[in-house]
Design a protein around this ligand. Structure first.
Ligand code: HEM
Length: 422
């Protein structure tokens, strides 16, 4: 075990605690660590410890060196106690799910499900996506209070990914419930049993559902990714049931558990920065660039793990084969060496070199889809409503993996005919 830096006991407790990420105090902690200890040895409850990495340049390096920093050895979920570690590997299907397979095998698996997420396919589906999103807005009151997260932000990506995967609307609520367990298992609002049991159960329910659905499509001619998985070959053999189910689960979770946070986090930032809201109202075309700032600002992915496959060095720290390395996204996305005034929410920021979608071979497959959804949803929001006002406490989910807003109560005010004409 590596013993460097054991003086940071309180810091380490905070980094290991999912509840800490339901506060916004972690930004101040990351600022300090970026300056004082950018590659920080972090003790952990499982006794193994791990390296915490905070600088943007180190992210780029690690994400682009998958042979040295593996996603497959132990998976990518930040699991720092023994129970969660055991569950995480099994739940995510390490070595079977595109996210947790190293090159060269990774490329072949990614290709199986890529088609509907490529920019040209998305461009062709834009009108359909707009209609789907418009349908969610149609269900909201013209004037009145909603929870922008549960009534809107979670439903938009759910509608879109279920359309792509050809899943019925009647299944949305149960899928959402299972997604909350899989990703937010540490949060008391979602927990059933221990955090690890909740995560395990959430993944298992999604796994069973994916497998059932994909199996029924074996031999079918449809073009959706679940059918593609059911009928694909990798390495010259058919996909195993476990590979089919883990990849189906990955598409669902990635599809609906991340974009919701970028959209709701971006809306909250606009409400807190009326000058930026005014810029968007003046010219909604600014959204094409502005969506990048939504992602940088809201950091839907908080941390991801890699495992070193050999001895190496990072900023003078000796990393040994088998050491775990944790990438803290909100830190890299506020790195003052890369971002001018990183704590300014600026929808005109250009270039916006955020790492919110990762980098290297595992760069987010759904990034273009997420940006399309956020842009269309914001266009709809601006078009339909004149004003939004926060009416209650804003709550974040307790998660150090994928996180963001859990509740954002707002009052909607319908746009007047005069304002719309203007
Ligand atoms: C704002 C929304 C999103 C964010 C911030 C986000 C973030 C990320 C990040 C950081 C990774 C890299 C993981 C790694 O390096 O280990 C990733 C991978 C991935 N994302 Fe997203 N994602 C978003 C939306 C989506 C959507 C809508 C989908 C659609 C299904 C999706 C599908 C995937 C897949 C399949 C991978 C694995 C790619 C691979 O391993 O080759 N994501 N995402």
């Amino acid at each position: 075990m590596n013993t460097q830096g054991s003086r940071h006991v309180n810091v380490d407790d905070q980094l290991n605690d999912p509840a800490f990420f339901a506060t916004d105090r972690y930004y101040a902690l990351f600022d300090r660590l970026r300056a004082e200890d950018p590659v920080h040895w972090t003790t952990s409850p499982d006794g193994r410890g791990y390296w915490s990495v905070f600088k943007h340049a180190d992210f780029k390096h690690i994400l682009n060196e998958p042979e040295l920093y593996s996603s497959e050895r132990e998976g990518v979920m930040p699991a720092v106690d023994a129970e969660m570690s055991a569950v995480a590997k099994q739940a995510m299907g390490v070595g079977e799910n595109v996210l947790t397979i190293d090159p060269p095998r990774h490329g072949e698996m990614r290709k199986v499900v890529s088609e509907p997420f490529l920019p040209r396919a998305l461009a062709a589906a834009e009108a359909r996506t707009r209609t789907l999103i418009g349908g969610i807005f149609d269900g909201l009151p013209a004037d009145g209070e909603i929870d922008l997260v549960t009534d809107l932000a979670v439903r938009i990506p759910m509608a879109v990914i279920c359309d792509i995967l050809d899943l019925p609307e009647g299944d949305w609520d149960k899928l959402l419930g299972w997604g909350k367990m899989a990703i937010g298992g540490s949060d008391p609002e979602y927990r059933q049993g221990t955090a690890a049991e909740t995560v395990s159960q959430g993944y298992q329910l999604l796994y069973d559902y994916s497998l059932r659905t994909a199996s029924a499509r074996r031999g079918c001619p449809f073009a959706d990714p679940l059918t593609a998985l059911a009928n694909a070959t990798v390495g010259g053999r058919p996909m195993t049931p476990s590979e089919i189910a883990h990849n189906g689960t990955q598409l669902m979770l990635a599809g609906f558990e991340t974009t919701r946070n970028a959209f709701s986090g971006g809306v909250l930032a606009l409400l807190e920065n009326p000058d930026q809201m005014a810029l968007l109202r003046e010219d909604p075309k600014r959204l094409r660039l502005g969506v990048e700032e939504f992602v940088r600002w809201s950091d839907p992915v908080i941390s991801l793990m890699r495992t070193a496959t050999g001895d190496t060095e990072l900023r003078g720290r000796r990393i040994r084969a088998g050491d775990r390395v944790m990438l803290w996204f909100p830190s890299a996305n506020r790195d003052e060496e890369v971002f001018d005034q990183p704590y300014r929410f600026d929808i005109t920021r250009h270039p916006n070199l955020h790492v919110g979608f990762g980098g290297g071979p595992h760069f987010c497959l759904g990034g273009p889809l997420a940006k399309l959804e956020i842009r269309l949803a914001m266009e709809e929001l601006l078009e339909r409503y004149d004003g939004l006002e926060i009416t209650g406490p804003v709550e974040r989910v307790q998660s150090s993996f994928v996180g963001g807003l859990k509740h954002l109560p707002v009052r909607l005010r319908q746009r007047t005919a005069r304002a719309s004409a203007g």
